[in-house]
Design a protein around this ligand. Structure first.
Ligand code: NDP
Ligand code: ZN
Length: 183
């Protein structure tokens, strides 16, 4: 138990430090840490707090992609399971954005069980963000396209956790609120 509290607390603190100057793209420009803590909280609730490595990976999931943290550093600090999980949900930034988005759909079904849960929680948090604090420069069409792309990624991540899947479907059902009713 003590080791689990340490792992999760260290992961949260490390994420807070690394994302300190990063903000979300939404109209409220929330601190980026709010997003990763939301993902970690979704994972904790979905697993009744029983999967500390998964919760730690929730806090850390954007550190390689956005803050140039390496897999080796995460492995040294948090162990192989957590670092591998973060790497699994990290896009290859040498590719074009359009290609990265296509590959997320293709790769989703081949992810590990925990990585699928992490993807699901991340997409839940992003749909919530589009409903409550969308990027001000995104058109209704772009918000709708994001909802549909997230749904396509999540298709490959189903049957791993009932709570996360149900939350995603509840949020996707609110697509019309995010697009002002546009298709
Ligand atoms: P993305 O579509 O990749 O931006 C979404 C990502 O931004 C999310 O996955 C999330 O990342 C992060 N994010 C941060 N704040 C928020 C927030 N408040 N709400 C939702 N997501 C947030 O945007 P890019 O700027 O990278 O654009 C890439 C793609 O968008 C291109 O492929 C292009 O084709 C398309 N595009 C479409 C346009 C249109 O009008 N239809 C116009 C311009 C581009 P994380 O998952 O890491 O948390
Ligand atoms: Zn994220």
């Amino acid at each position: 138990m003590g080791q689990h509290v340490l792992l999760v607390t260290r992961a949260a603190h490390f994420a807070a430090e690394r994302h300190v100057h990063q903000r979300r793209k939404g109209e409220h420009a929330e601190p980026y840490f709010n997003h990763v803590s939301e993902v970690a909280a979704l994972l904790a609730e979905a697993t009744d707090g029983k999967e500390p490595e998964l919760i730690a990976a929730g806090y850390l999931h954007d550190t390689i992609e956005d803050q140039n943290v390496t897999h080796a550093e995460l492995e040294e600090r948090f162990g192989r399971e957590v670092s591998d999980l973060v790497l699994e949900v990290t896009d290859d930034k040498s590719l074009e954005k359009q290609e990265r988005k296509r590959l997320q759909i293709v790769h989703a079904a081949h992810l590990s069980h925990y990585a699928k849960m992490l993807k699901l929680a991340d997409k839940c948090a992003n749909l919530r963000a589009l409903l409550t604090s969308p990027p001000p420069d995104w058109s209704a069409q772009r918000r709708g396209e994001y909802f549909d792309w997230a749904r396509d990624v999540v298709e490959g991540c189903r049957r791993v956790n009932v709570k996360l899947e149900a939350e995603f479907d509840r949020l996707y059902a609110r697509r019309g609120e995010a697009t002002g009713g546009q298709p």
